[in-house]
Ligand binder design. Structure first.
Ligand code: PLP
Length: 327
């Protein structure tokens, strides 16, 4: 049972628990203001954690409900999402087909590719998003089972179903505020790679009665990720809840959240000097970030904390652990 089920007992919301909730919160020192951390890295089974696991808790049972045995999804070659889908899908009887687009290769990405190979995912690589889009219908057809096509999931698992994971996380933050584990954040900072995390949080924080503003740090330039896009996904998720029988009439407006691409750097996957500096400060705090998402979010935290009167909460959404994890 999740907070989402507690909140909407009337709704039909298939779910499989893949992590332990709530994830811990703690104060961080030395980030230029009152900064708190919510550590999503520990959400998962011990081998692979982080924000994608919360999405899979809703996506995997949805695939079963639709009678599918194959997931098909897309991303960059360093995709955390594709790896999480492959690892957790396999444990739950699903195989994963990945259409991946090349991105700058650093040690982190190389590591990811090795783990993808080991995960049993069926990997197809393309030099550009355009080429992947051309190939996608053929890939779906090729990996059909009987007349059933694979269950298609957008990049990052950011469908309305996947986004439920962060609606629940937003409710969890509200619960932690209520219990005194955390002061009410003025701002909640998260990296935005495909918008599901930011969209879900926007809905969940509001449902939980908090007036915290989501600030999304855009790390991906492969598609539009402005406040309008996030709000549209948030509203799509509210509509999904309504279709599943939840009594909810919440509407998210573009002005309910902010996104910025000021920390993106040259492109998705390219490192930035501020990001690398944030990564190093975080390491001194015992926090293991990566350069693509969380380093850029934490680079923003210092600036945001210095201009925000109230507490700032930042999510560590990155979570590989276990034997293959980067140290
Ligand atoms: C995918 C990812 C994000 C971004 O989440 P979205 O829901 O895709 O916007 C942030 N941090 C890490 C480590 C990720 O892997």
């Amino acid at each position: 049972m999740t907070l989402l089920h507690d909140r909407f007992p009337e709704a039909d919301l298939p779910h499989v628990a893949l992590g332990t909730r709530p994830t811990p919160v703690r104060r961080l020192e030395g980030w230029g203001g009152e900064v708190w951390l919510k550590d999503e890295s520990v959400f998962g089974d011990g081998d692979w954690g982080g924000n994608k696991v919360r999405k899979l808790e809703w996506i995997i049972p949805e695939a079963h409900r639709r009678g599918r045995r194959t997931l098909f999804t897309v991303g960059g070659i360093g995709t955390h999402w594709g790896l999480a889908a492959a690892l957790y899908g396999r444990e739950h009887g699903l195989r994963t087909v990945l259409g991946l687009v090349d991105q700058p290769v650093d040690d982190h990405v190389r590591d990811q590719l090795h783990r993808l190979e080991a995960s049993g995912a069926l990997v197809h690589r393309y030099p550009s998003v355009g080429r992947l889009k051309l190939a996608a219908p053929g890939l779906l057809w090729r990996h059909r089972e009987g007349l059933r096509l694979p269950y298609y999931l957008p990049a990052g698992g950011s469908s309305p179903v996947g986004t439920l994971g962060y609606v629940d996380a937003g409710l969890e933050i509200a619960e932690q505020v209520r219990s005194g584990a955390l002061p009410e954040p003025a701002v909640v900072v998260t990296a935005v790679g495909s918008a599901g995390t930011a969209a879900g949080l926007t809905v969940g924080l509001a449902l939980g009665g908090l007036s915290s503003q989501v600030l999304g740090i855009v790390v991906n330039d492969a598609f539009r990720l402005d406040a309008e896009v996030v709000a549209t996904l948030a509203n799509g998720t509210v509509e999904l809840l309504q279709r599943r029988g939840a009594t909810i009439d919440h509407v998210v407006h573009e002005s309910d959240l902010t996104t910025t691409d000021a920390y993106l750097g040259q492109t998705y996957g390219a490192t930035t000097p501020e990001g690398v500096a944030a990564l190093e400060s975080a390491r001194a705090d015992g926090l293991e970030l990566e350069p693509v998402y969380t380093a850029k979010a934490f680079a923003a935290v210092r600036d945001v904390a210095s201009r925000t009167a109230g507490p700032v909460l930042v999510l560590n959404t990155h979570g590989p652990r276990g034997p293959g994890a980067i140290s």
